[in-house]
Design a protein around this ligand. Structure first.
Ligand code: AMP
Ligand code: GLY
Length: 430
């Protein structure tokens, strides 16, 4: 099977690495890819958000499966165009990708499917914003309705800051969603869907804020680990039963079946499970950790989903070890990351046992003497992934890798999976 993977980031590097382990996958192509991806498969520099360009490339390659990594091409209708042209596609059509593309739409579907989520209101003007802020109280949660790469959400104790963010979104032409604050640890559960059926992967936890101890602004995600030893028993079954399956059922009834990954962003609160958000794709950087443990061949699984054929399957097979990944980001991420810094120590990190480096914002550059070198080319630059017998071992291996890699201004969190390794993640109880 020849697979084309669309997208430029660490998630796509992780997907491609896992696809290459599948004996049924004979060839993988990437568009546009990055420096790390180009070291393992051919890359094609097209605009992967363009339905025409993506379809033309799939036709030229005669792809047997197209896997769409990020949300932007999904929302832009790349999956629709590829399906129209006859390709099996892993990734929802634009209509179904609205589960991620519009938070207001996601709330509507959750209400219809009776999925537990935070109470919320949609606002288009200052009066409604103020009313909703006062109705829910502090901490305030204000979300840009549209896509914002994980950065459109403000959670704050300060009413003035909440109001300011809401008004900034509204003046930029968006509506905002204001909602009740959910206490309790967060979980990302990726559910593979074929339009009707649902197959969960292993739950992971992501670290959204830029600085240690969850301080500073939200980012796309600064690290992750899986599995989660502190989760209540049968948690995944409950998410399938109360969240993923009802959502997939409602999408099918509406005539917009969901094919791809339904990313359930959840909070385990005092009052039980709640959905924080849906995404229509694999999460980044959770995928880097989750796929490091997946033993079931990924290409065959994604092709079955793309063909609407998940059917009766054996349970997925997992490496029993724990995976941790730590994201290294460029200076000034998430505001205005600096690009073009030479990265050192990648080979030394890769040479460590059970450690791999998955690239996100990297590019091959030519230095003054004409030698190629790898430089930073985005906010999140790479993730160091490690497998260990438990969280402590996986953490120390991942950080040993991180300590080998340097560039000017590199930043990373030092506390990824630290609380969990110490057994200190608290699930609130009533
Ligand atoms: P989202 O883009 O909806 O995932 O929001 C980004 C991050 O903001 C989440 O991962 C949470 O950490 C936080 N967040 C979003 N909604 C809530 C909520 N209702 N209560 C508490 N935290 C939230
Ligand atoms: N890690 C969060 C996301 O992928 O949206």
């Amino acid at each position: 099977m020849k697979v084309l993977v669309l997208g430029p980031g660490g998630r796509e590097h992780a997907i491609i690495t896992a696809l290459l382990r599948d004996p049924a996958v004979t060839e993988v192509h990437s568009a546009p890819g990055n420096a790390g991806i180009s070291a393992i498969v051919p890359t094609h520099s097209i605009d992967a958000n363009s339905p025409e360009e993506a379809t033309a490339l799939a036709e030229r390659l005669e792809a047997d499966l197209v896997v769409i990594g990020p949300e932007a091409p999904l929302v832009a209708g790349v999956a629709d165009a590829l399906r129209e042209a006859g390709f099996p596609v892993f990734g929802p059509d634009a209509a179904a990708a609205q589960l991620e593309g519009s938070k207001a739409f996601a709330k509507e579907i959750m209400a219809e499917a009776d999925v537990p989520t935070a109470m919320s209101r949609v606002a288009h003007d200052a009066a409604t914003v103020e009313e909703a802020l006062d109705a829910f109280g502090a901490p305030y949660v204000v979300k840009d309705d549209g896509l914002a790469a994980g950065k459109g959400v403000v959670v704050t104790e300060r009413r003035d800051e909440a109001l300011e963010h809401a008004m900034a979104c509204i003046s930029a032409g968006s509506s905002v969603v204001i909602e009740e604050y959910l206490d309790g640890p967060e979980v990302s559960l990726f559910v593979i869907c074929d339009g009707q059926r649902t197959v969960p992967l292993s739950p992971a936890q992501d670290f959204k804020r830029i600085f240690d101890r969850d301080e500073g602004p939200n980012t796309g995600g600064m690290g992750a680990y899986t599995p989660l030893p502190w989760l209540p028993e049968n948690f995944t079954d409950e998410v399938i039963r109360r969240v993923a399956q009802p959502t997939v059922d409602v999408m099918a009834q509406r005539g917009t079946p969901f094919v791809g990954v339904l990313y359930c962003g959840l909070a385990v609160t005092r009052r039980g499970l709640r959905v924080i958000e849906f995404n229509a794709r694999f999460g980044d950087p959770e995928t880097q950790a989750v796929l490091a443990r997946l033993k079931t061949p990924l290409g065959q699984l994604l092709l079955a989903a793309a063909n609407g054929d998940l059917g009766e399957r054996e349970a997925l097979q997992w490496d029993l070890r724990t995976a941790v990944d730590v994201v290294m980001a460029a200076e000034h991420y998430p505001d205005a990351p600096r690009k073009g810094d030479a990265i050192h120590g990648l080979d030394d990190a890769e040479a460590l046992d059970d450690v791999s480096v998955l690239h996100a914002g990297t590019r091959i550059d030519t230095d003054a003497s004409g030698n190629p070198s790898i430089v930073t080319h985005g906010g999140r630059v790479l993730a160091v992934v490690a497998l260990g017998d438990d969280l402590s071992e996986a953490r120390s291996k991942a950080y040993a890798g991180v300590h080998k890699i340097t560039w000017e201004g590199a930043q990373y969190r030092t506390d990824i999976a630290e609380l969990a390794a110490a057994g200190d993640v608290v699930v609130p109880t009533t």
